[in-house]
Design a protein around this ligand. Structure first.
Ligand code: GRF
Length: 198
């Protein structure tokens, strides 16, 4: 019997959150197993990282839309994840909105991390939005994914101060540090809730 939570990871960028998750798994701090890492960006850092860890990595050409995957492609992604026995889909910097094929295949089993204290500042460059609004604090949020943009039920948040003299870059770096701690912790919490005799 294998009680490790089987995760799939979907990302578009450098993959620092995936790296934090994989390091926690490799250090034995997170009872999970990455079954596959998928990306819509062929030369993304996240795919390179996965290959470096010896984890199955796959590029998924997104099709003709800018903000989502083509439905047939999303359906194929769902099939690949099921084939790989993925139980939880982890979005880590995935820059497209998910639609029904994946949402229906993984109800309440898709999570995302967003660089603000949602519901404040959904959308892109959330750290810049918080800085420009003159906030004294911001942070990051892990939430379930629904059909909206950064709108699903919140699971956990971590606060980060905004210091005088912060630039978008310095603030984003501080938020990312918090993300790298929070995301593996939340996945560990979900892993602990899943029955081991499933
Ligand atoms: C993170 O800041 C996350 O909050 C947002 O996209 C970024 C991904 O960064 N959803 P990385 O690719 O994990 O480094």
């Amino acid at each position: 019997m294998n009680s490790k939570l089987k995760i799939g990871v979907l990302g578009s960028g450098k993959g620092s959150n995936y790296q934090a998750i994989q390091e926690a798994i490799n250090a034995g701090k997170l009872q999970a197993e990455t079954r596959i890492v998928l990306s819509d960006v062929e030369d993304s850092g996240i795919l390179k990282l996965a290959r470096g860890y010896g984890v199955s990595a796959m590029h998924v050409p997104p099709g003709k839309f800018m903000t989502r995957l083509e439905p047939e492609i999303e359906e194929k992604v769902a099939q690949i994840l099921k084939f790989k026995s993925v139980e939880l889909l982890v979005l880590a910097g995935f820059m497209r909105i998910l639609k029904q094929p994946l949402l229906d295949a993984y109800p309440r089993r898709i999570i995302n991390i967003h660089p603000s204290l949602l519901p404040k500042y959904p959308g892109i460059e959330a750290w810049k939005q918080a800085l420009e609004a003159g906030e004294k604090k911001t942070g990051c949020t892990v939430h379930y994914v629904d059909a909206g943009m950064d709108s699903g039920e919140i699971i956990a948040q971590s606060e980060v101060p905004i210091n005088r003299g912060d630039t978008p870059k310095s603030l984003h770096a501080r938020i990312q540090e918090a993300e790298h701690k929070l995301y593996p912790e939340v996945i560990a919490m979900i892993a602990a809730e899943v029955p081991s005799d499933r």
